[in-house]
Ligand binder design. Structure first.
Ligand SMILES: [Zn+2]
Length: 155
């Protein structure tokens, strides 16, 4: 897979046609369910639960790089990420929560949260879409409800 063409990439960097801006506030989009809107981050549970608990926190506004945030925004964003990590830790009791900040498909700042257990091989490259594992609607509802309860946010 290649990078998007330079002109398209430059538009995406500016937020023009940004798929994250377009659908991060929807209750359900193609990839995920909304869990909560926190101070700086919008929290979404991925539909593909091949890696259990796979969650993404997206910055509320369109920014490409961490260095574009004010000190306060930056602190609040990571506080939101940490809150979600605590919730995933409580729910899944992992060996480790991992944080991935990529953006080579979409430059809108977001952080992937993944939980790993002792059964996982720690030297395997992380690919949360290596396989597709979809749950029943009520299973997603239960996970989202559990996360909301622990985040102390309402539906
Ligand atoms: Zn965006």
């Amino acid at each position: 897979m290649k990078w998007k063409p330079p002109r398209e990439w430059e538009q995406l960097r500016q937020g023009i046609g940004c798929p994250i801006c377009e659908d991060m506030r929807l209750e359900e989009n193609r990839f995920s369910f909304k869990v909560a809107e926190l101070r700086q981050g919008i929290v979404r549970l991925a539909k593909n639960q091949y890696m259990r608990g796979y969650t993404v926190v997206m910055l509320r506004r369109h920014v490409n790089e961490l260095f574009e945030l004010s000190a306060q925004e930056l602190a609040e964003f990571w506080q939101d990420v940490a809150r979600v990590a605590r919730v995933l830790y409580d729910l899944y009791q992992p060996t480790k929560v991992n944080y991935l900040v990529f953006g080579h498909h979409c430059p809108h700042l977001h952080c992937h949260l993944l939980v790993h257990s002792y059964e996982d091989d720690p030297s395997t490259p992380v690919d949360m879409n290596a396989e597709t594992v979809l749950l029943a609607p009520e299973q997603y509802r239960d996970i989202v409800a559990g996360m909301r309860r622990r985040l102390q946010v309402s539906d």
